[in-house]
Design a protein around this ligand. Structure first.
Ligand SMILES: [Fe+2]
Length: 342
């Protein structure tokens, strides 16, 4: 059985206390997760069946989980922490949450770009930050790259969310790496100058902005579009049909990708089980389920994925190491501030 707890509910905290305070046991794994997908349960069950290791899950948002692990200190029962975005994983690393691990399985199964250089955390699913366009109003051959979004030709046409969002911070972090801070700042300024409106809402709202014609172009993670395409609400599906998807920088470094990832916690009481769990996440079976939970791309080649993703065919991904997105995060925030990207 998988014991579940959510941070937000007082009852659940009590439950978590009893479920997670049992400490070191050869057959346990305490997982702190900022992912909340229904399919995860089946994934943990499969791990238990394969290894006999029971999984206790504590769910919360990333910052809550980091804070909790810090508060619990050396007595923390946390073995593994899972969250999304390299920027967040890097922040957790900066707070001293993770320990470096060595694993031949992970070294062999995961591409180098998905492994933190000291083994502190790993990417297990990929999300592409892509460009969306209005099929009626915009000819997609006009744009091929993120750099193009700053072209004055697109003044007043771009929808993109606020800069306090980690996804945009990671995108700018990649531009800093490829072009240097100065050029990245000029790019950010160019995008601000091209905005169709002041940043508002989440990624889905940017795609909706394109559908409604408020903007011709938008930047968002690919899975928000897939959710609209598969929505139970007909209006959502109709909106998505008005929108085309474009994978930037195919002639160069490839499309910026970010990750869902995990690391072994610094004071993990069940360290061996934690390593085993990460290795399990790199297996074909787990890769398929982990990515499918949110219509993401597996990081291991040849693993089956959602039919919509399959239909897009292969595309080139930027293979920048995920740790770089974190390292350049503070600089990205400063640049956003300077150019007045709200
Ligand atoms: Fe998201």
């Amino acid at each position: 059985m998988i014991k579940h707890a959510r941070l937000a509910l007082p009852l659940a905290i009590a439950l978590a206390g009893s479920a997670l305070a049992t400490g070191v046991a050869a057959d346990e794994l305490n997982l702190y997760s900022a992912r909340h997908y229904d399919s995860d349960e089946a994934l943990y069950q499969a791990f238990t069946e394969e290894t006999g290791i029971e999984v206790n899950v504590l769910e919360g948002d990333s910052d809550q989980l980091i804070e909790r692990i810090q508060r619990e200190g050396v007595a923390s029962p946390a073995d593994v922490m899972i969250t999304v975005d390299a920027g967040r994983l890097w922040r957790a690393e900066q707070e001293g949450i993770f320990q470096g691990i060595e694993s031949d399985v992970l070294a062999e199964r995961l591409p180098e770009s998905m492994r933190h250089p000291e083994g502190k955390w790993f990417g297990f699913s990929q999300r592409a930050r892509v460009i969306f366009y209005n099929r009626d109003n915009f000819d997609p051959s006009q744009i091929t790259s993120y750099e193009d979004l700053a072209d004055p030709a697109f003044e007043g046409q771009v929808c993109i969310r606020s800069s306090n969002n980690i996804y945009n911070q990671s995108l700018l972090a990649s531009l800093i790496e490829h072009h240097g801070a100065e050029e990245a700042e000029a790019w950010a300024q160019g995008v601000v100058d091209n905005m169709a409106r002041d940043p508002e809402g989440g990624d889905t709202d940017q795609i909706r902005g394109v559908a409604s014609g408020e903007c011709d172009l938008a930047v968002a993670n690919h899975y928000y579009y897939v959710r609209l395409l598969k929505s139970d609400d007909e209006a959502d599906r109709e909106a998505a049909e008005k929108v085309g998807i474009l994978f930037p920088n195919q002639d160069g470094r490839g499309t910026h990708v970010n990750v869902g990832g995990a690391g072994v916690v610094e004071n993990a009481p069940n360290r061996d089980n934690a390593v085993r769990f990460l290795e399990f996440l790199a297996s074909n079976e787990a890769q398929e389920a982990f990515a499918a939970g949110n219509y993401e791309f597996p990081v291991v080649d040849g693993v089956a994925m959602d039919e919509v993703l399959e239909s897009w065919g292969d595309f080139k991904k930027d293979d920048l190491n995920i740790s770089v997105l974190g390292e350049n995060n503070p600089e990205a925030i400063k640049i956003f501030d300077r150019v007045g990207w709200r």
